[in-house]
Design a binder for this molecule. Structure first.
Ligand code: ATP
Ligand code: MG
Length: 310
């Protein structure tokens, strides 16, 4: 081998070694670095995607709660709208009916007087009807005024100390007249000591009047109503039991809603508007008490009760 051939082979060998070395270095350092960079970038992206997913689920939750709020306000709007239209129909129909009765009977009276020059025979009956119609109208007007006060947050209580025993005696004496007309026996269990409560006397008598009025209205002829009260745990509890149609389980809360009347007695139902218990509930709650009903079911009678903290 000549010297030039030896040099050529030697240079080729060196070049080959350098190429191999370059390949090895590139592979070992550059590619590894590239891999690391790619892995890091991938990790960053995954983190960003996870963050975005979290933000997205937060927004979805927010949207869901907004949809729920919207649904509830819609429900409330529908309820208010329902109340408004019932108000309208009462104003249009139930207020006009007693009014036209007043007008009709008054003109009968006037005609009678005109033709005879004296008070006619039909005077008494007509006068009674006038009184009944105006009474009904007054009661409805008072209830509607209470409801509108409640709705506008102006239903305030004038709390003064008074004897609960005396109040109950007064209300029972008043309601006993209509109880006797239906042959209903109204029993009051006397409480041995005089209980003084600090409350709005007029409003509490309104509650008992409605409970007692309901019991008389819904009880059958010859029924039996019993009222009692006691003081325990710093509160007064009043209970009124009747042997009327009772209240089915699913109606127990509903009857305390405005305008809600159950279908137990259609004739008795017509003698009211379903406002009394909702107003009673507002009054009792304004005194920090509770009101409710217990009944074993249809035909089993009911016990309405309320509590007032002393
Ligand atoms: N003692 C009772 N026995 C059976 N059902 C009752 C009794 N008291 C109330 N209810 C039911 O509860 C409903 C609501 O009573 P609430 O006193 O609010 O209205 P109302 O008596 O019908 O009318 P209003 O009190 O406005 O004259 C009644 O219509 C009736 O269906
Ligand atoms: Mg009533």
């Amino acid at each position: 081998m000549s010297t030039s051939q030896f040099l050529l082979s030697y240079s080729l060998l060196i070049i080959a070694i350098i190429a191999l070395l370059t390949y090895w270095i590139t592979r070992k350092f550059v590619l590894r670095k590239m891999n690391r960079t790619i892995l890091k970038a991938e990790h960053n992206y995954q983190q960003q995607i996870a963050n975005l997913q979290m933000q997205l689920s937060g927004k979805v939750n927010m949207l869901e709660s907004m949809v729920e709020k919207l649904r509830l306000s819609n429900q409330e709007l529908n309820r208010l709208n329902d109340i408004r239209s019932k108000f309208m129909s009462i104003a249009a129909h139930d207020l006009r009916q007693p009014l036209s009765a007043i007008q009709g009977f008054t003109s009968v009276l006037m005609m009678d007087r005109n033709t005879t020059g004296n008070a006619g025979n039909s005077d008494q009956a007509a006068l009674n009807n006038i009184l009944k119609a105006t009474d009904n109208m007054n009661m409805l007007m008072a209830d509607l005024i209470d409801i509108s006060r409640i709705e506008s947050g102006q239903f305030s209580m004038d709390k003064q100390p008074f004897s609960f025993n005396a109040l109950l005696t007064d209300v029972v004496a008043l309601q006993n007249v209509s109880a006797q007309k239906k042959g209903i026996y109204l029993q009051t269990c006397e409480y041995p000591t005089d209980i003084t409560i600090t409350a709005d006397r007029f409003r509490i008598s309104q509650v008992i009047n409605n409970l007692l009025g309901n019991a008389i209205k819904f009880s059958p002829q010859g029924g039996r109503i019993e009222s009692r009260f006691y003081v325990d745990n710093g509160k007064l509890t009043f209970l009124l039991s009747d042997n009327g149609p009772g209240v089915i389980h699913s109606e127990k809360d509903k009857i305390f809603q405005k305008f809600h009347q159950s279908d137990v007695d259609r004739t008795a139902k017509k003698q009211g508007w379903g406002l009394g218990l909702s107003i009673a509930q507002e009054i009792i709650q304004a005194h920090g008490g509770e009101i409710g009903v217990e009944s074993a079911g249809l035909g089993q009678g009911s016990t309405f009760w309320f509590t007032i903290p002393l």
